[in-house]
Design a protein around this ligand. Structure first.
Ligand code: GDP
Ligand code: MG
Length: 299
């Protein structure tokens, strides 16, 4: 049954490791249109667009909250974090299992300041042994914020995501779709792939992350059943390069392992990922190295 078109911006927030990226990947699924094109209505970066019949959900990045992930969580109430959720239509706040910790409380402060319609998503229910404990837990969480609904899911196993999508769709305003239903461009995939590398760098490096780092995708090509990707990480100083690479190349390797994992999920294909670190200016310019990660390296 077709109704009026709905379309809106949705932010997924939550402390690190609760499963935001996993959830997003599953919500986007395979039939997604991904694009880096920005509608004029938002300052956000578009992470992905899911179009199902009359409902188009535009998942947007919350840069202020990314910073929160990387930096001291007690700065969560900064302006950037508030701005990040200010002009979205719906917020999905993700928590995990039966936990509610201080960092969750701080993420909630951001939501409270934004006062947006929100769903609380209890992720990783596949890891809850004592299912009977879920109901009293939900009852406690209900009092924290006027959540439109509290939805237990397993992002990893894909359970209950249809119900979640239904809840989200119901909260989106009636509006014409911003994107064609089936748009997938190579350029946007490059963009997302670069973002994945950046995210993993932030996670690995935290406070040590050299500011002004940039990621360029130098190669993005399909050969056989494998997508070959080369990512160039650009830093300002040789010392920063050493930090990104880590002792014995371990850090860059870890970034590569995690990034490739996400890329394979995003692209639905085996990925051969090469990462290089380059100093933007100076003598070290052409010195390249280090992590070359193929799909056969798994495990
Ligand atoms: P983010 O930091 O919030 O983006 O979290 P990620 O999506 O990167 O997930 C963090 C970890 O939790 C990863 O190892 C995921 O595989 C795992 N994870 C995410 N969702 C689930 C889930 O529903 N069940 C289980 N068991 N693990 C999950
Ligand atoms: Mg993530």
């Amino acid at each position: 049954m077709m109704g009026a078109e709905r379309c809106g911006l949705v932010a997924i927030i939550g402390r690190p490791n609760v499963g935001k990226s996993t959830l997003l990947n599953h919500l986007l699924g395979q039939k997604i249109s991904i694009t880096s094109r920005k509608p004029q209505t938002t300052r956000h970066r578009i992470l992905g667009v899911s179009t199902r019949d009359e409902v188009q959900t535009v998942y947007v990045d919350t840069p202020g909250l990314h910073r929160v992930e990387a930096r001291a969580i007690n700065r969560v109430m900064n302006r950037a974090a508030r701005a990040a959720v200010r002009d979205v239509d719906v917020v999905l706040m993700v928590v995990e299992r039966l936990q509610w910790v201080e960092e969750d409380e701080q993420v909630l402060q951001v939501l409270r300041a934004a006062a947006k319609p929100a769903l609380l998503i209890i992720n990783k229910i596949d890891q809850i042994d004592d299912k009977a404990a879920l109901l009293p837990h939900i009852a406690r969480l209900k009092d924290l914020y006027p959540f439109v609904a509290i939805v237990p899911v397993s992002a990893l196993k894909g359970s209950n995501l249809a119900q979640l999508e239904g809840e989200v769709g119901g909260l989106l305003p009636e509006a014409p779709h911003l994107f064609p239903a089936d748009q997938v461009t190579d350029r946007s995939e490059r963009f997302l792939v670069a973002e994945i590398i950046r995210e993993k760098l932030i996670r690995q490096l935290g406070e040590e992350l050299p500011y002004a780092n940039a990621v360029q995708i130098e190669e993005f090509s399909q050969q056989g059943g494998i997508i070959h990707i080369s990512g160039l990480i650009i830093v300002e100083k040789p010392g920063q390069k050493a930090i990104v690479i880590g002792r014995g190349g371990e850090r860059l390797k870890q970034v590569g392992v995690e990034a490739r994992h996400d890329m394979e999920r995003l692209l639905g294909s085996k990925v051969m990922l090469k990462l290089w670190v380059k100093v933007r200016s100076g003598w070290a310019d052409d010195e390249r190295a280090l992590a070359s990660l193929g799909y056969q390296d798994d495990g």
